[in-house]
Design a protein around this ligand. Structure first.
Ligand SMILES: O=C(CO)[C@@H](O)[C@H](O)COP(=O)(O)O
Length: 223
């Protein structure tokens, strides 16, 4: 199964985002964190900046909405042409309906699960989503420590994916480093978001390569 490394621009220089994209040219996608200071206690960027990033980025955008009222706002992010738009389970009144709208606009649709959010309601609905984002920290800030207790949930999602023969991507986000990425890969993740491990490194391209190597050493063992 292919593995993807998605650097999170939350740890990039927000005054020089276009230049920062140039430092991660070997990334698979760019992870863009949108926070509204309601769903999470932090505020980042909104649709106008995402739309502009979409215009200048040579790398597809993986937009992660940490915002309330996703039913209202998420389609607008898909309309920017983003490759994927992920919303949180608690933020949507109708997660399946919203995923269908996002897909209808042309983006891949993702559902995100906070560390305390149960995967159970979604195991039989996996086909409605293109990716499930398993948060491996509480959403809101970069630089936190990976929460290994989220791994059983990831493994349950991986089992459901295999049972249904789906190729839904399983993404992890938070505290992903060369030390932790192997555990997530073994539990079934194929898509890895890393902020500080990439932009906090001297040479982000080397950090991406190191993460790629560490993940590939530890592929999913339960397929
Ligand atoms: O969504 C988030 C935080 O809520 C992430 O995308 C962070 O940007 C990850 O940062 P690191 O934990 O890799 O530093």
């Amino acid at each position: 199964m292919p593995q993807r490394i998605n650097p999170s621009i939350l740890s990039a220089d927000f005054a020089n985002l276009e230049a920062e994209l140039g430092r991660i040219a070997s990334a698979d996608l760019v992870h863009v964190d949108v926070m509204d200071n309601h769903f999470v206690p932090n505020l980042t960027i909104g649709r106008p900046v995402v739309a502009r990033l979409q215009e200048v980025s040579p790398i597809p955008l993986d937009v992660h909405l940490m915002i309330d009222d996703a039913d209202r706002w998420a389609p607008g992010y898909a309309e920017t042409g983003a490759y994927s738009v992920t919303f949180h389970a608690e933020a949507a009144a109708d997660p399946v309906g919203l995923a269908r709208r996002i897909r209808g606009i042309g983006s891949r649709a993702g559902i995100a699960l906070k560390p305390g959010t149960d995967a159970e309601p979604y195991l039989e609905l996996l086909g409605e989503f293109d990716q499930v984002l398993v948060m491996t920290v509480e959403p809101g800030f970069g630089g936190q420590s990976f929460m290994p207790e989220t791994m059983p949930k990831l493994a349950r999602l991986a089992d459901a994916r295999a049972r249904h023969g789906l190729d839904v991507w399983l993404q992890v986000d938070g505290g992903i480093t060369t030390e932790t990425i192997g555990r997530a890969a073994e539990a079934g993740a194929d898509t890895f978001v890393a902020g500080s491990a990439v932009f906090g490194a001297g040479v982000p391209a080397e950090a991406i390569e190191a993460l790629r190597e560490a993940a590939s050493r530890s592929g999913h063992r339960h397929r």
